[in-house]
Design a protein around this ligand. Structure first.
Ligand code: EPZ
Length: 432
């Protein structure tokens, strides 16, 4: 087992570089299944969710070549299978993109129901409704989604999303790009990674317009060709480092960002007394004085992102005054609260509302990560707390953050990765 050991209470200084966006990569990589050619994808983050989705493509028969740490070439011309085994696909939420991609490529898909962080019930009814609107016969049997286009190819349709679902919007695009006819997706999600997927598909010869707005139009094409594409920087990773400086204090330059994508986060941090300066593809974040309280409501983009809610909560634990968070997307995104209380935080939760009464200080304690962003928030809280914080179950965190320890060490954090087995054997040696 491994854990992070943090000696908190130190301000952060220096510069850190953001990696490619996880939630774009886990959609763009399956999208390569639709191309009759080699797709070269650059700025791919080195995280376990990406490793897993690449492994699934290999299991399907795609040729995957790691050109370097952040560039992969995928050749899907020789795959024959449209079945994705349970033991792989249930390890992550994004495996549902394989349904849309395989359906768009073969007119058939058999994929195990997805897994992913426990944020409450995470239905995929909007995904399945989209596939049915495009002409697929869809059923769920034995824990697998079975989708079939009766004539072997889907047809264009008008799709209205009951909710602005990121996954369902992306999946509808994947299934529609090679359909016969035109598809419109209304009440579409507008996150940066939606636009990134549309740009990738258009680079491969698709005909998609309107991504990033409420209405996306997809004109179906017979085939997609290979090409080269670079994934956008990760909005949430950048936001996580902004929150780390807000909580621990300091002055850090965050490189390889798209400042526009951070507006929703930056605006809230500035309300809290944090200074953020924009420089083309970088931002500088400074926090020296006390943090002020604020209220947060998580919304679909361009609102405040739910994936930043635990991280901003860590900051609000140390703000002057009482703050209120309203989690507008997920039913169960406060699993970190019990862990924060071990640090001395004062948080009350009632359904989707959390009331945080700021305290003067947090003190380090052993914590256990419970999902990706909650784990990241625990790291932030540990950096701000006085004394030592240990965080176990770090596999959750490593799903979405590339080189977290090295990047934090690079801006002055006292954090190290410890293998508990080594630690135990050292203790045994000392005892013996
Ligand atoms: C994506 O999840 C992200 N995951 C999540 O990030 C993120 O929290 C979420 O979008 C919202 O931004 C990936 O991209 C892999 P949704 P997704 O469909 O697609 C309901 C992280 O930390 N809904 O936009 O699953 C759903 O229950 C992860 O990186 C349905 O009811 O989210 C939720 O209330 C955690 N039926 C709301 O819509 C459906 O068919 C938004 O979900 C689909 C969704």
């Amino acid at each position: 087992m491994q854990k992070y050991v943090i000696q908190g209470g130190k301000p952060l200084t220096g510069s850190v570089t953001i990696s490619g966006a996880k939630n774009a990569a886990v959609a763009i990589i399956p999208a390569a299944l639709l191309a009759d050619g080699v797709c070269r994808i650059e700025n791919v983050p080195q995280i376990s969710d990406v490793t897993l989705i690449l492994r699934i493509l290999q299991e399907l028969g795609a040729r995957v070549k790691l050109v370097n740490r952040h560039t992969v070439e995928i050749d899907s011309r020789h795959i024959l299978s449209f079945c994705v085994p349970d033991e792989l696909s249930r390890k992550m939420r994004a495996s549902y993109y394989l349904i849309g991609a395989l359906l768009g490529r073969f007119g058939r898909a058999v994929v195990s129901m997805p897994g992913g962080c426990d944020l409450g019930t995470r239905p995929i009814d909007l995904h399945l409704k989209s596939f049915q609107a495009l002409g697929a016969k869809v059923s769920v049997e034995g824990g697998y989604v079975h989708a079939t286009a009766p004539e072997g190819r889907l047809h264009g349709a008008g799709i209205y999303m009951d909710q602005a679902s990121v996954g369902a919007t992306m999946n509808a695009m994947l299934a529609a790009v090679r359909a016969h006819g035109t598809t419109t997706i209304e009440n579409a999600a507008k996150e940066p990674h939606i636009v990134d997927l549309a740009n990738f598909l258009n680079t491969m010869g698709a005909d998609i317009a309107g991504a990033g707005t409420d209405v996306i139009r997809v004109r179906g094409v017979r085939a997609l060709h290979g090409g080269t594409y670079s994934i956008i920087p990760d909005q949430i990773e950048a936001g996580t480092y902004l929150a780390a400086v807000a909580a621990a204090g300091g002055d850090v330059f965050i490189r390889n960002v798209i400042p526009k994508h951070l507006d929703c986060i930056t605006a809230k941090l500035e309300e809290m007394g944090v200074q953020v300066e924009e420089y083309g593809d970088a931002v500088r974040v400074i926090r020296r004085g006390p943090l002020r309280r604020t209220n947060i409501k998580t919304m679909p983009y361009p609102g405040f992102p739910t994936d930043m809610q635990p991280q901003i909560a860590a900051c609000l634990c140390l703000a002057n005054g009482t703050s209120v968070i309203n989690e507008g997307i997920w039913e169960n995104r406060y699993r970190y609260v019990a862990e924060f209380r071990r640090l001395g935080a004062h948080i009350q939760v009632d359904g989707k509302i959390a009331v945080i009464e700021g305290v003067d200080r947090l003190t380090g304690a052993p914590l256990r990560a419970c999902d990706l962003r909650a784990g990241a928030a625990m790291v932030i809280a540990g950096l701000a707390a006085e004394g030592m914080t240990e965080i176990s179950c770090i596999h959750y965190i490593e799903r979405g953050y590339e080189n977290l320890v090295e990047k934090l060490q690079g801006i002055g954090a006292d954090i190290r990765l410890v293998d508990t087995q080594d630690e135990d054997s050292q203790r045994a040696g000392q005892a013996g």
